[in-house]
Design a protein around this ligand. Sequence first.
Ligand SMILES: C[S@@+](CC[C@H](N)C(=O)[O-])C[C@H]1O[C@@H](n2cnc3c(N)ncnc32)[C@H](O)[C@@H]1O
Ligand SMILES: [Zn+2]
Length: 189
Amino acid sequence: MAVKIKVESEEQILHRKLLRLWQRGQSALCEVRGSDIHGRGVYATACIAKDAPIIEYLGERIDKRESQRRGTRLHAKSLKTGDAAVYIFTLSKRYDIDGNFPWNTARLINHSCNPNCEAWIVGRKIIIHALQNIQPGDELTFDYGFDVDCYADHPCLCGAANCKGYIVSRQQWPELDQRLNGVSPAFRA
Ligand SMILES: C[S@@+](CC[C@H](N)C(=O)[O-])C[C@H]1O[C@@H](n2cnc3c(N)ncnc32)[C@H](O)[C@@H]1O
Ligand SMILES: [Zn+2]
């Protein structure tokens, strides 16, 4: 029996790989739309049950030194132009994920002080999961976990009833309260 071998060109291989990456960055549970919080956001297109996996946060695995370099560069650019966002996500003590790729739909998920999602590290992957039951049309959000030291650089427009006014990790809210109330951390009880 004759076997037909199909030889792909380099262009076709690249196209196939990009298509696979693009598909991996999509989810039947959500889509990108203009956001009330900021720019574009990601919205649920179906009922999503608490703890359900929604979408993978794709990107390049980089070490902390490279992450620091990219983060500083992008942050400086964003302060200047207002249009460059940082898409770096903590993966482990040694590595981060830089999600600044067009096929990484999850990079467009905005922050909220009352988030309905959270990121779980599953092996070497970052998967966005539902923190609660989510209805179709709800914007997906998670806690960016930004450090309180940079709070003034990141005003929050999430619109939640409990919005702190700044994008700061929920764990550091007591510290943020101290700073906003003008009490130096050095004088805390
Ligand atoms: C990773 S991007 C998220 C996608 C972004 N909406 C876009 O259209 O590119 C992160 C940037 O979005 C903006 N952003 C996200 N959540 C926000 C919030 N709650 N309040 C204000 N800006 C927010 C900030 O400028 C932040 O640096
Ligand atoms: Zn907020």
